[in-house]
Design a binder for this molecule. Sequence first.
Ligand code: G3P
Ligand code: MG
Length: 247
Amino acid sequence: MLPRLGWPLPGVFAHRCGGALAPENTLAGLHIAAGLGLRAVEFDVMLSADGSPWLLHDEALARTTNGDGLLCETPDSALCLLDAGAYRHPAFAGEPLPTLESAALACRRLGLLANVEIKPAAGFEERTGEVVARRVIELWSGTDLPLVSSFSRSALAAARAAAPELPLGSLYERVPSDWPVRLRELGALTLHCRADLVDDEMLGEARAAGVPVLCYTVNDPALATALFARGVTAVFSDRIDRIREHG
Ligand code: G3P
Ligand code: MG
């Protein structure tokens, strides 16, 4: 039997925690999203040199923190000293790089639903899928499990093997035509794709199969309205101050 997503999908997910209103993938972003009334957030998770899950989008630390080198080659002892806020604005200086654990606790405290995107560094796909799946099950124990997605098929397969009960989403740029087979193989529940690459034939097939489609990254309210009208269930947005549920 397929695992279940224990919550109805909201129309809008704050992208990378707080979208453009906060440094990406930070606890500050989660607080801003919750303060604006968002019900759900998306964030990216990667493993450190110690094999611990941290929130980061790029493999390299330099763009969004005051560190350098790669996250996957940096130990936890160095990651916990990094500033992940100052790059965005001095008002966010001192914002830590969050662990998956701190993000999970914040989501639970703030009542935010989550889409955890497994973002493996190259060569660490299976390990990342397995570790993130296990930690998600522990950290969200007793409450609504996040939807866990990835561009990496092997990361998702490892996540599925590690946690049969985990709700999974298949993430693409453009959805491939064999998506139903891939979804079935993984026991995945949702399709996630680029908003500018979504096509109506796929939307029709997904609707007929009862599979929700979620699109990234949608910052224009008119585009969100058009996507919802075409059958898209939810959008990931950086402009959470502008995009509202159902446009
Ligand atoms: O999960 C949706 C979206 O976040 C995928 O793109 O590069 O922003 O992680 P990216
Ligand atoms: Mg992402």
